[in-house]
Design a protein around this ligand. Sequence first.
Ligand SMILES: [Zn+2]
Length: 65
Amino acid sequence: MSKYCEDCGCKVYSGRCSNCHEASFIYHEQYMNPDYLGNGQQLTPPDENSDFMRKVREQDASLRR
Ligand SMILES: [Zn+2]
């Protein structure tokens, strides 16, 4: 089931727009996805204090509203 963002028209995965929630999208669909690399390995998530993870937390918080 695929959906498109009401704001920008980009594809929405698991409730996250690949554009509006880009950091959260990348984090959950790539870093947290055991199938993403296809070789049984997972990407190492960025540092908790990085700008990227700060954005992920902000975007996740806005998604729960
Ligand atoms: Zn969007």
